[in-house]
Write a protein that binds this ligand. Sequence first.
Ligand SMILES: [Zn+2]
Length: 145
Amino acid sequence: MKHAPEEVKQIARHLIETVNEFEHLGQASILYVMEDKAPKRRLASASKVGGRLAGILELIAPGDTPDFIITVYDDVWQDLTEDQKHALIDHELSHCGWDRKKQKWTMVDHDVQDFVGTIKRHGLVFADTKALGEVVQLSLAEAQA
Ligand SMILES: [Zn+2]
């Protein structure tokens, strides 16, 4: 485990500064780390820092505990295009949320949960996949323009 390369932090900083949905993250302390090898079927990950992990980090860097840790994997990162790198960091930042009611940081789950096969067989029947379908349609139209 090592600090992520400056490129990762630059992409994250850019997204936090330019994407409205990430405005709250201007106040968050995010630790970006890089591991050598990705676990199976993982591209990257985001974690909420609390409890035991926060305790461990306190020992490592007293008074400097981050609110979130974003981990990228060297073997995955090296094979990504520039667009994919931005999309991957955007994805992980999307997991880092602020709970207004409880006034604390929280992990945000994926907002689309389905299988390609289910959509193929049954169409876009749920709100999340309908929303995904609309975005995909716009994205395809933009790619053609
Ligand atoms: Zn995710």
